[in-house]
Write a protein that binds this ligand. Sequence first.
Ligand code: CA
Length: 652
Amino acid sequence: MKRYLSLTIALMLGMLGGFPGVNRASAEEFGGNPLRVGKVEDLPEDFIMGVDASSVIVEEDSGVKYYNFAGEEQDVFATLAESGVTHIRVRVWNNPYDAEGHGYGGGNNDIDKAVAIGERATRYGMKLIVDFHYSDFWADPSKQMVPLAWADMDLDTKSEALYAYTVDCLTKLNEAGVAIGMVQLGNETNGALCGETLWPNIQQLMQAGSRAVRECCPDALVAVHFANPENASAYANYAKQLDRHEVDYDVFASSYYPYWHGTLENLTTVLTTVAEKYGKKVMVMETSYAYTIEDTDFSGNTIGEGNNVIQNYPYTVQGQANEIWDVINTVAHIPGGIGVCYWEGTWISVGGSSWEENAAIWETYGSGWASKYAAVYDPNDAGKYYGGNAVDNQALFDETGHPLPSLQVFKLVRSGNDVPLAPDVLEDVHLMVNLHSAVKLPETVEAIMNDNSRQAISVTWDVTGEALQQMSDGGVETYEITGTADGLSARCYVHMVRRNMLVNDSFEDGDIGWTITDLKKASELYVEDKVTDSLTGTKHMHFWSAMPNSVEFTVEQAAENLAPGAYQFSISIMGGDAGETDIYAYAKIDGEQVATAPLTITSYGSWDTATIENIDVAEGQTVTVGIYVKCAGAGNGAWGKIDDAVLALMAE
Ligand code: CA
């Protein structure tokens, strides 16, 4: 609940006019929004500020209440419109119900839900983006399943069915008076749609959908939607295929999740290429970012503790706002860039106090990502892993239904919000200290500022000299120390470790100190700078080779002038596609191998650590420790990562 406290203080400051230099009208208009938000220059008046709100109806059925910025219960669509949102996106599944009428979950989003959501969006002056999945349940790059009712149709019959279905749905929306701004021909259709995987077939279906939209909604834009913009050649190919088969569309839309989808520079390049080469409008159709690492509904989140993803922003409300700002600013400056749509901004916890309580609600109302009833359609995924909400920490409302200040970014980008530069969150400090050495805590901690820049700021640690001395005198242990820096709480973890006799033990200084012997000419064998693939720090030893039996190498380091005694050595590795392997850590005394310990590689993120104990070293002897790796290779070629070597006295 800490963030509410700081938010309350910031709101009070805002109401007192406490932000120097802030535009007075702006401060009043936004009720003292505490977030630092820049003005996006040259932002078109009609830029689409979208929020996917597909889950709202089942959320309300589940007992969820939504509030406005004054803390009063209010139609969530009114709050969205007041915050600058111009378009509401809604997914449409053909028939997400089993034969007994049980919903598959994920909002049970059939056309009736779209009509109900569209009517409310229209009431508050917003337009609808209709996201046809042309499936009975979730469609994305991993699956594009054909609706059950169309399963046995040949391509021509299915195309006519898709046309008739699209006409029927759009007619229902038109008859309900829904303002339709855009219609999507499928969702994240990376090389598949409606069970078809050949481009001529996919595009015959898209063309049938497009024809229906042009006839029913001549004023609406027709969009195609893909994911994984980090794969530039795939995007170039999608656009080329659409052009070759003369699909009639207006908008080439992309998902952009910064955890996985490459840089904003790359996004700019791939969308600019499509926009200029084919004369199309472009937009980001889905993006989102976590405002907290906490799960709020007892159902684990896509972005949670222990995730190994690229984190360009802190998991705070300001971090979420900065992500949205960056995507809007990027698309606004792409030629033909027309808008950004935030994915599932209103999908929050259903509010039960246990998993069991929530599970009963998800199953009854369809407010989890999938219910057990989905097994009849999607037995291998939904049927096995059905449950709650994996993105509640990425919504634009908190777990009690109150809007986050980040929701107002859609409006604030037009004027800016002149909040002074200040630390948003502090990075944890990890201090490795050799046993019996003095524990010296850092005088500064790294702050991520509210403009996403970084600064070292001074910190006061809440610890006594006596306690630090006890850490130094004790054994191998990790201690947590708290502190304060600029009003924020700081944390330092002191790891008391045996003194490591190796230099550059985590490859942070490249290959300094290490001898790399490539026995089979691997395609790639070098120190790589990639934080997500490192066990600690940002670098590690990387290898990959496409050809079979081309991975065989050693990486080793010699240590001289050691104090006599018994030592231990450990080293870690992960990798995959390795086929048959022979991998082990080894220790040599004066060039003669004295011990080995086996290692295995299985899959990404599964680190294996080998430890060799009781390496007896006498006066004047040289110890050489290292890792031997030999892989036959499989799939796309053997690959792996090696990190964190430690050679230390066993007893100190
Ligand atoms: Ca969750």
